[in-house]
Design a binder for this molecule. Structure first.
Ligand code: ZN
Ligand code: ZN
Length: 254
């Protein structure tokens, strides 16, 4: 082998090595060949306006919505075309109505694992594909959802806050029921799916309620959350997300 051939071989090895390194790095972050921006644009409903801002690591996807569901709930109020009854034994909380909001969620286009994990807090921790806010497993006073609060949930595991913000705490009839559907994105830019993986199996999740693996939207793998597979207080509802974010949360204003 002459010198020229040798250097070509070394160069090829270098390129191969770099590619391999990028792929490994991509396992923690995202796929590299499927853009989160593209998935967000394809999967969010037309009720959510999507734009991007910034470049490189600072690039953000900006999602805007009025926070109102496109589906039936008793919280529309009786007489409304989208009114339906509460599940048996359930009744409205003190906030019987919901109102239009001006939600703006900013998420990174290339989310990464945070070196120090931050607890999710009360209020909006993500946005479902229809623009409705996603909340964690807590209620006012930062206490775990109890049976009394659960009895104010509609068929979607949702109810409004005193500020009339309608929000999902759990999976439900109009988002995901024991399946692998994409539900939305959390503020750290990682997607959240139903209780199953696309193989039909219930995945083993880490302490953040997620894991790395393929999904329908990211066939080459991405870190993603799943709804909990625990029948919460035997209520038939399954919490969407509890505990800390895996990545660094972006801003959510209203
Ligand atoms: Zn709530
Ligand atoms: Zn999964």
């Amino acid at each position: 082998m002459d010198k020229v051939k040798l250097s070509i071989v070394s160069l090829s090895l270098l390129v191969l090595g770099t590619t391999f390194y990028s792929c490994n790095k991509g396992k923690i972050v995202s796929t590299g060949d499927v853009s989160i921006t593209d998935v967000v644009k394809a999967k969010f409903s037309s009720a959510v306006s999507i734009s991007t801002k910034g470049i490189g690591r600072k690039e953000r996807i900006i999602l805007k919505s009025n926070g109102l569901p496109e589906h039936k709930t008793p919280y529309w109020g009786s007489g409304h075309a989208l009114y339906e009854d509460f599940p048996s034994g359930h009744a409205p909380n003190a906030n019987t109505t919901m109102e239009s909001q001006t939600y703006v969620m900013k998420i990174p286009t290339n989310p990464a694992e945070a070196s120090s994990k931050e607890e999710t807090s009360l209020g909006e921790i993500g946005m479902a594909l229809n623009g409705v806010a996603i909340y964690n497993d807590r209620e006012g006073g930062n206490v775990s959802l109890d049976a009394m609060t659960l009895s104010t949930f509609d068929n979607s595991g949702a109810h409004p806050t005193p500020g009339k913000n309608y929000h999902y705490h759990t999976t439900g009839k109009y988002t995901s029921v024991d399946d692998a559907k994409l539900i939305g994105f959390l503020r750290d830019g990682f997607p959240i799916y139903g209780r199953k993986d696309m193989t039909g199996e219930y995945p083993t999740l880490d302490e953040y309620g997620g894991h790395y693996g393929p999904t329908e939207d990211f066939p080459n793998g991405i870190y993603h959350y799943h709804a909990s597979n625990v029948n919460y207080l035997n209520s038939g509802y399954y919490i969407l997300k509890a505990g800390s974010y895996y990545g660094t949360k972006g801003k959510f204003t209203k």
